[in-house]
Design a protein around this ligand. Structure first.
Ligand SMILES: Cc1cc2nc3c(=O)[nH]c(=O)nc-3n(C[C@H](O)[C@H](O)[C@H](O)COP(=O)(O)O)c2cc1C
Length: 132
């Protein structure tokens, strides 16, 4: 299927988005990388699985900057994932940023409620496995 990258921004000690990212990456047979560790995507990537969460109604500024700095020439398509208490705002805002840059973003995305991370691990793995 080409090259797959999993990138995520996870801020709480619980690491909800990190755990979902790692399960998706396991399914896709790649390694999940935090954008806080690697703030630029430099490799050509056919599919970028990108995830984050809202904090006080907005995504982390690091994630916004990451999305804004992505090079459309390097990316085939983006598929999003998110965790939160109730809001889907992060995916909506990411879709807008990326599409305005001319990057293709899949309409569907993976969501896990912050209190259901454990029970969503298998589904996240299956979600990642679809792409490999
Ligand atoms: C300071 C703070 C503010 C939050 N604000 C929101 C919010 O506005 N809407 C929402 O749905 N969830 C909110 N949440 C819940 C987080 O989005 C949720 O816990 C998420 O899974 C955190 O991901 P992480 O563990 O990867 O950082 C907030 C969490 C924290 C710690």
């Amino acid at each position: 299927m080409g090259t797959i990258a999993v990138r995520y921004c996870s801020k709480t000690k619980m690491g909800n988005t990190r755990r979902i990212a790692e399960a998706i990456a396991e399914g896709a047979e790649v390694t999940a990388v935090s954008i806080l560790d690697e703030p630029k995507l430099t490799e050509k990537t056919d599919l970028l699985l990108l995830g984050g969460a809202p904090y006080a109604n907005i995504m982390a500024p690091e994630l916004r900057e990451y999305a804004e700095s992505l090079d459309p020439a390097l990316i085939g398509e983006v598929v999003l994932f998110t965790t939160s208490n109730w809001s889907r705002r992060t995916v909506i805002a990411l879709k807008k940023i990326l599409r305005e840059k001319g990057i293709t973003v899949a309409d569907s995305y993976f969501y896990a409620h912050m209190l259901q991370i454990e029970s969503k691990m298998e589904a996240a793995k299956q979600f990642g496995a679809k792409f490999r």
